[in-house]
Design a protein around this ligand. Structure first.
Ligand code: DOR
Ligand code: ZN
Length: 358
């Protein structure tokens, strides 16, 4: 490894929103260009709650990618109060999906059909424990009396700790962690508990949303927290601890949906995700830890093989566009603002056989 080139085993994204319809066609390539596989979130409208819906979504994802692209989507089942554990196990056995996603009802985008009472899902958790299927959690309480900046810490105390106590064999990924509380809880927890960390929570604290005015492009859920939390997340990501691995939570919304009276939560970081993580690892003098975080700890936790391929990052300035006009299959442009819009990042992904963006 020279100081100008960083070769890595091909990474995976363990948490992404690929969306559906025109948006899927516009954004899927960005993820397929950077990652070999990705855990694809099921919060579509309607959500992915059946094996048939997952199979149909898999086909729509394949249709949105260029011929010959060997990107592998790893789908997830959306938990509702009424979901049948037998359906979950059937889909897991058939490879229709690889994990279940728990959204507390109304916690975020398309989560209205999510779970209203976690204790009510005991038969589901027993099934997951028995078949070894991971449970991916959006860890925020939704009660209006809890301050939005405390929602993750309160979720851990009220729901996650008791859940792990009731189901000690359950494999759990606490997704997109944002607090020192989550870092400490995962670090000191059992080996079957892990967490994903996004690039944006490594780069920004909550001030960024209000820098010189309201910045809707930096609004996501869980919302960015104080600087002390960001520092803890950077420590966890670059620590070499296998419980912390890459998950971008890239969550595109059209520019018009972000810049609205009630703007959507989500940061579109897929186009330059690896470059974004590499900048953090370099700032922390931990570039040698990037490969394990991006390419090894995730597959090990999920019990999947490591990717055989390699990618390279080269030390060349990358100017991130202020906005992207990505076309759907009909050629209609979707206007999106990427994370780091207008900034220059120090590393650039170099591909032998690039997948061109539309
Ligand atoms: O910011 C977010 N956007 N957080 C989520 O949990 C969901 C996501 C989305 O789907 O837009
Ligand atoms: Zn997400």
């Amino acid at each position: 490894m020279s100081s100008q080139r960083l070769s890595l085993r091909q990474p995976d994204d363990w948490h992404v929103h690929l969306r559906d319809g025109a948006m899927l066609q516009a954004v899927a390539r960005a993820t397929a260009r950077q990652f070999a596989r990705a855990i694809v979130m099921p919060n579509l409208s309607p959500p992915v709650t059946t094996v048939a819906a997952a199979a149909a979504y898999r086909q729509r994802i394949a249709a949105a990618l260029p011929n010959g692209c060997d990107f592998q989507p790893l789908l997830t089942a959306y938990l509702t109060d009424a979901i049948d554990p037998a359906e979950i196990a059937l889909g897991f056995g058939e490879g229709a999906w690889v994990a279940c996603k728990l959204y507390p009802a109304n916690a975020t985008t398309n989560s209205a059909a999510g779970v209203t009472a976690i204790e009510g899902l005991t038969p589901v958790f027993e099934t997951l424990e028995r078949i070894g299927m991971p449970l991916l959690i959006h860890g925020e309480v939704t009660s209006p009396d809890i301050d939005i900046f405390d929602r993750e810490a309160v979720f851990i105390e009220r729901h996650l700790a008791p859940l792990l106590g009731r189901h000690p064999g359950l494999k759990v990924v606490l997704e997109h962690i944002t607090t020192i509380d989550a870092v400490d809880f995962v670090r000191t927890g059992p080996a079957n508990l892990a967490a994903t960390i996004t690039p944006h929570h490594l780069h920004i604290n909550r001030n960024a949303m209000f820098a010189g005015g309201l910045r809707p492009d930096l609004y996501c859920l869980p919302v960015a927290k104080r600087e002390l939390h960001r520092i803890a997340l950077r420590g966890a990501a670059t620590s070499g601890n296998p419980k912390f691995f890459l998950g971008t939570d890239s969550a595109p919304h059209a520019r018009t949906a972000k810049e609205a009276a009630c703007g959507c939560a989500g940061i579109f970081n897929a186009p330059f995700a690896l470059e974004s993580y590499a900048a953090v690892f370099e700032q922390e003098n931990a570039l040698e830890k990037l490969e394990a975080f991006a390419s090894e700890f995730g597959p090990r936790f999920y019990g999947l093989p490591l990717n055989p391929g390699q990618i390279s990052l080269v030390r060349e300035p990358l100017e991130v566009p202020r906005q992207l006009h990505l076309n759907d299959a009909a050629g209609t442009a979707v206007e999106l603002v990427p994370f780091h819009a207008g900034e220059t990042l120090p590393w650039r992904l170099q591909l032998d056989a690039p997948i061109a963006p539309r």
